[in-house]
Design a protein around this ligand. Structure first.
Ligand SMILES: Cc1cc2nc3c(=O)[nH]c(=O)nc-3n(C[C@H](O)[C@H](O)[C@H](O)COP(=O)(O)OP(=O)(O)OC[C@H]3O[C@@H](n4cnc5c(N)ncnc54)[C@H](O)[C@@H]3O)c2cc1C
Length: 302
């Protein structure tokens, strides 16, 4: 979507928003798939209610982009613009055992920064790419931990009230790869309460998790991590593997040979290739196990 509205474009500098025309989402997502649209980089989060009001006035649809590591984006000219938060400096502030973190902060760097301050708990998240905001939205987790367990409060733009609010942990539910935030809420900052631990101990945990990831995931290839959520009590990857589907391809979209729940873009896969592979694998699992796998990857359709 190309924004040519001169009145809107003239308003952006005073809102602390930068406009970048025709960005390629294929270049901004870890899967390397996606079409083109305009991007609004938000440097002053207090302006978000006004920015969204201006977009709504003009019926311009928008989506929030974090680090792009859990997204499958449609090809071609996209019918929405993308909003992304700029990373402030500093992006993490520690007081006692509470870290206040900007949503745009890189999750991995945040884990290591907190570790150096003697705050642990997030070791399992070390290899999860993307931002802290994306991790909150998805309730990212690995190796028995999930980010939601450490949330004390979240400051966010709430679509329901069109204003910036702060929610306490008791007002938010974090479940397996699911949160109670509304789809149009935008996370801005989070306070995490983290268990104090000696740095050496945290580092040991980080190294163990890194090693587990390296030995089981196709890390050098373009992917969005796990395509499907695990069904209750089961493992999507194990079911796909048992059906002998590793290596199954549609165009350049391919079930990883290394981890059956990772689908990789082995060259120039289109969104249609990847969606068709996802539908095929879902149907084969349904036919064999009677289980309908739910997407973990977030699909931005045209
Ligand atoms: C190699 C690899 C390994 C992975 N391993 C894991 C793993 O072990 N565990 C796991 O949970 N995930 C894993 N993932 C998936 C992914 O990294 C996580 O889901 C991550 O938390 C997504 O963050 P992001 O910033 O990249 O979000 P994006 O991909 O940019 O966005 C994902 C969703 O979050 C929304 N969003 C992003 N930022 C905000 C915000 N500030 N406010 C509101 N909504 C927002 C987007 O609109 C979208 O709906 C992996 C991915 C890859 C590529």
């Amino acid at each position: 979507m190309k924004i040519n509205d001169a009145t809107l474009l003239a308003l952006l500098p005073e809102l602390g928003v930068e406009h970048e025309a025709s960005v390629s989402l294929a270049e901004m997502t870890s899967l390397g798939i996606g079409g083109v649209t305009d991007l609004f980089l938000i440097r002053r989060d207090a302006s978000i209610p006004e920015l969204i009001r201006q977009l709504d006035l003009r019926a311009i649809r928008h989506r929030f982009l974090g680090g792009g590591s859990n997204l499958l984006v449609a090809d071609g000219e996209l019918p929405f613009v993308v909003l992304q938060l700029a990373k402030p400096e500093p992006d993490v502030v520690i007081e006692g055992n509470v870290a206040t973190i900007a949503a745009a902060a890189d999750l991995g760097r945040t884990v290591t920064f907190c570790a150096k301050q003697g705050l642990g708990g997030m070791e399992g998240l070390i290899g999860v790419p993307g931002t802290v905001g994306g991790a909150l939205r998805m309730n990212a987790g690995a190796y028995g931990i999930q980010i939601g367990s450490y949330v004390r409060e979240v400051r966010l733009y709430r679509a329901a009230t069109r204003s910036i609010e702060t929610l306490r942990d008791a007002q938010i539910s974090f479940e397996y790869r699911h949160t109670s935030f509304e789809p149009d809420d935008m996370m801005l900052t989070v306070k995490l309460e983290l268990p104090p631990k000696p740095y050496d101990e945290i580092l040991k945990g980080i190294r163990i998790c890194n090693e587990k990831r390296r030995s089981s995931q196709p890390l050098g290839q373009k992917s969005a991590g796990c395509i499907f959520k695990n069904p209750p009590g089961g493992s999507a990857g194990r079911m796909i593997d048992e059906l002998g589907l590793k290596g199954l391809s549609v165009g350049d979209a391919r079930v990883s040979d290394r981890h059956a729940n990772f689908f990789v873009n082995a060259g120039h896969a289109s969104a249609a290739d990847m969606l068709s592979l996802i539908a095929d694998v879902r149907e084969r699992v349904r036919a064999a196990y009677g289980v309908t796998l739910e997407n973990e990857v977030v699909v931005w359709s045209a």
